[in-house]
Structure formats: structure tokens, C-alpha cells
Design a protein around this ligand. Sequence first.
Ligand code: ADP
Length: 422
Amino acid sequence: MQAQALDYTKYTLLIVDDNPTNLSVLFDYLSAYGFRILVAPDGETGIRRAKQARPDLILLDVMLPGINGFETCARLKADQDTREIPVIFMTALASTEDKVRGLEAGAVDYVTKPIQQAEVLARITTHLRIRDLTQSLRDANAHILRLNRELEDKVRERTAELRRAYELLERLDRKKSDLITLISHELRTPLTIFLGYAQILQQVEEVQHNRFLAEIAEKITNNAQRLQDLVQAMLEVSRIDQEFLRLSPGPVHLNQLLAHIHESLLPILTQRHLTLTCEALDQLHVIEADYDELVKVFEHVIGNAIKYTPDGGRITVSGQNLTQDGEPWVEIVVSDTGIGIDPGSLELIFTKFYTTGEINLHSTSKTRFKGGGLGLGLTLARGIVEAHGGRIWAESTGYDEATCPGSRFHILLPVHFKGQSA
Ligand code: ADP
């Protein structure tokens, strides 16, 4: 690749030489190429000129009156203002020692006298090119450094913004939790009274003997019961949020616990033509856990399997003992042949009030196909499992109501309790 020709008119050269003939020859030759030429007859004047005019290159004679060329060069290199200016020595001395001295004093090159004009021009051109390239590299470097600094400033700004947004969200979340707790507390007492009266109403003889009234009383009771369950779930979630969940651990036989839940679900399973199979649960370790809280976990997870599996489907609960980090664990997997879960929602379903069901199907039956709830069941389940030191997660290849790919919920619990006791 051919280097681009230099535009010599852009450059200023300083020639330091006490020999007028030499000076005028170089002056004439180089000005003819367009260079701006400055001259100095001795080292001291040369240094002064260089400081004032900042030439692009200096041609420096070695033998000068007063301080010699080596000394002049060393002083130019020691000065912040002139140290970057390339210096080419002009030496009549052909000895290697002098060339080395010149280079040691900070020169970039030398030419020997008598000066060959073409050679001097070639060397000047080379060193101006190198100087320009060095300058561009330095500029590019400075630019990158500036960009880097700007980027760092931006990242710092964004981090601060994110922190502010996060703090705001946290405050809002706390406010939401407080509000939920407040509302739930306020609703609890009237609801209990409401439910109590509805149940009394169901016992009244006149109501029992009147089908219409009996149906109304039953509907009031069922819905009041459902409302009470929701309020209870909201209270439990806010307790988990505020880390108030205290557990009472004791020995738990998971096969018995799950058999209990299975039994209580038999009428619903029959009604929905669903089969629930428990596999390999009797060989599971007895674990240290809060029985009542674990019942809620499995009621929610198996309840969901029922809700999101169409009639005629299958639900399987299987278990296995595991060792992780040298400690014993048990894993229960609840799988179903239901509508499945979109991979993008597998984590979201554990967040508060997250539900993919249609809102108008909510607050209907707890067991009806796709009869969604408030979106608190899995939040509660995760809160309880994690309070035990365990883990819960969902797996599914996708959501499809036509092909029903199914879902699998894994619940991993430590055999030795790892949570906080009451
Ligand atoms: P919900 O009260 O809406 O059932 P959950 O917290 O129990 O709330 O569940 C959150 C969402 O997770 C549900 O709305 C549903 O979309 C999805 N989901 C939970 N379990 C299953 C399952 N077994 N199959 C398909 N989707 C499920």
C-alpha cells in the first residue's frame, strides 16, 4: 500500500546550525517543498525558538558554539514543552560512538554531513509520519478514555436511577403488603360473623325444608367460606412477606400427609374424572417439618394440578430420597397432564397475585377446570417451602390447551429442618 503524500505546508521545521552555507542550502531546499522554516545559530537560541514556536521537527547540528548538539537535545527532551518534538542530528562525525550518543540524548535519527538533500527529505518525511501516527494514536486513546469515562458516568447514573426505582418499588411493595394486612384484618371479623350466621341459617328447620332457601343459604355459606380462605391466604402471604412465618417442626411422614390429602380430594377427583396416583412415597425419609404448613403446600400444588388438568386427566405424586452436599433431602414431584405453563411464566407464577387464568373465572370453584384463584397459592407454597430451607420450582414444555403438555412441580425439602422455629 502506498503511503499518502504529506502536505509539507502544514509543517514547521527548526534548523539549528551555525554554518550559514549549510543553513541556506537546507533552507532553500526544504522551503521549496512548502515547509515553514525557522533557524537558530546555536543551542540556546534553538531551545528558546523551539519552546516558543513548537516546530514539528528539529534538525540539529552536533558541533555548535556554546552548548553542543547533544546537550541541546538533552535539554529539549527534559522540557515538558519540547520533549515530544522529534530531533534529527546532523553530524559530520561518522563515528558510531557519536551516533549512539545522539540517540541516547533523545534524537530519533541522524544524517551525516555533507547533507544529501534527498536523504534528509526522506528522513524528515518518515519522522513526521511517525509523529502524526503517534499523535493520532494518542488522540484515539484519549478519545477511548473519554468514552470510557462517559460510559462509567452513565453506568453510575443508571445504577443510581435503578437503586432509586428499586427503593421506590420496595416502599410501594411494603405499602401494598401493609394494605393487604390491614384489609384482611378488617375483613376477618365481619366475615367470621357472616359465615357463622350463614351456617346457623342452614341449620334452621324452615330453611332446611324449603329447597329454594336451602340453596341460597348453601351458596352464602360456600362463598363466605371461599372469601374467608382468600382473606386467610392474603394474611399468610403478608406474614411470609414480613418474615413473620414461624414454623413448628416435628417428624413428618410425607406418605401419610399425602395420603390424607389424597383422601380429602377423592370426591373432587371422582367428579372431575381425574386419577391421582402416589408412587414410591413409603420409602421416603421421615422429615423434620411443620405438618400443617406442608399440608397447605401440597393442597395448593395438587389443587392446581386438578384445576389446570382437563377432565379425564392424570396426576402423579412421586418421591425420592436424595443426598446433596452430603445431606439427606427428599424430593416430591407433582406432575399432571394439564394445559402446561409457558416457559416465560415458570418463575412468574410464584410471584404474588400472578395468575394466567381469566379474571372472570376467578372466585368460582376451587376445583373447576381453569377456575383461577387470586394468584397467591404458589406464592404461599414457595414461602413455606423456603421457610423450611427447601426449594420449589416448576417445569413444563409450554402452555397448550389442545395438546396438554402437562406440568411438573418439584418440591425439595431437607430431612433435617433448616428454617426458623416458632
Ligand atoms: P391461582 O390462584 O391463580 O391458581 P397460583 O399461585 O396457585 O394462583 O398459580 C399461579 C398461576 O400458575 C395460575 O394462575 C396458573 O396459570 C399457573 N399454574 C399453577 N399450577 C399450574 C399447573 N399445574 N398447570 C398449569 N398452570 C398452573
